[in-house]
Design a protein. Structure first.
Length: 216
């Protein structure tokens, strides 16, 4: 069982990374072979529309042919049994690195062929479990400010191309160690501290359990 966990936050030791690392631990507790990747450590672009992956001669090869740092990472993902992507919410959406990564991953496995039932044919012929982990400043009550519809569209594509896609939402994250140096009257530092102490450990536990589930 090969599991790839990708942190699509620029911060390598913050909320999203901590949750991703719990997924790694959960999957390893099941004996899975897990690789953890910080996407922001690599130099890559989104889909360059070269269409090499959509050539007829590559119909059985779910690969991205664009040569940059992401090529090898995508190859591993397209051979894996489970892929987990952790991303902060930036202006109601996933980060630009998460978007660039998903464009390349999805298009490499996708085709413009429609089957007899009207479904788009995926080059992935086995079940690959996927999951998205979202971290965000807003509380669960304020979550309508974030673009759930937009997030659902990407998850829909992941489901069509790979199979089941689950999501984990971590609300009300603590963004700064100390809030006082920053221009802020939106977030109460004391409430953020409380959320870090009480809510976040529960999210970490849910991430660990997601890691166990996805590697079953
Ligand atoms: C550029 C930028 C835009 C953001 N936009 C949103 C937003 O629209 N909604 C939200 O809830 N949080 C937003 N946040 C907060 C982050 O999503 C949140 O702090 C997240 O947990 C950060 O993840 P990290 O700790 O792994 O870096 C934004 C943060 C940044 C830096």
């Amino acid at each position: 069982m090969k599991v790839i966990v990708l942190n699509a936050s620029p911060r390598k030791r913050a909320n999203t990374a901590e949750l991703c690392k719990c997924v790694v631990e959960g999957a390893r507790s099941n004996g899975a072979d897990v690789e953890y990747i910080n996407l922001y450590s690599y130099d890559f672009k989104g889909c360059m529309s070269c269409f090499a992956c959509h050539l007829k001669k590559n119909k059985d090869n779910p690969l991205c042919y664009w040569r940059d740092d992401l090529k090898e990472i995508l190859k591993k993902c397209l051979e894996a049994d489970a892929i987990v992507i952790g991303t902060p919410i930036y202006y109601g959406s996933i980060t630009s690195y998460a978007q660039a990564f998903l464009e390349r991953l999805l298009f490499a496995a996708d085709t413009y062929i429609i089957d007899d039932e009207g479904n788009r044919v995926s080059k992935i012929k086995r079940e690959v479990k996927t999951a998205m982990i979202y971290t965000m400043n807003v509380t669960e009550e304020m979550s309508h400010f974030n673009g759930e519809d937009q997030l659902a569209i990407m998850r829909g594509y992941l489901t069509n191309i790979f199979g089941e896609c689950e999501s984990l939402y971590a609300y009300d994250t603590k963004q700064f160690k100390h809030y006082s140096p920053y221009l802020n009257n939106m977030f109460d530092p004391q409430l953020k501290e409380k959320s870090k102490e009480i809510r976040f450990p529960k999210d970490l536990k849910r991430a660990y359990e997601l890691g166990q589930r996805i590697s079953e």
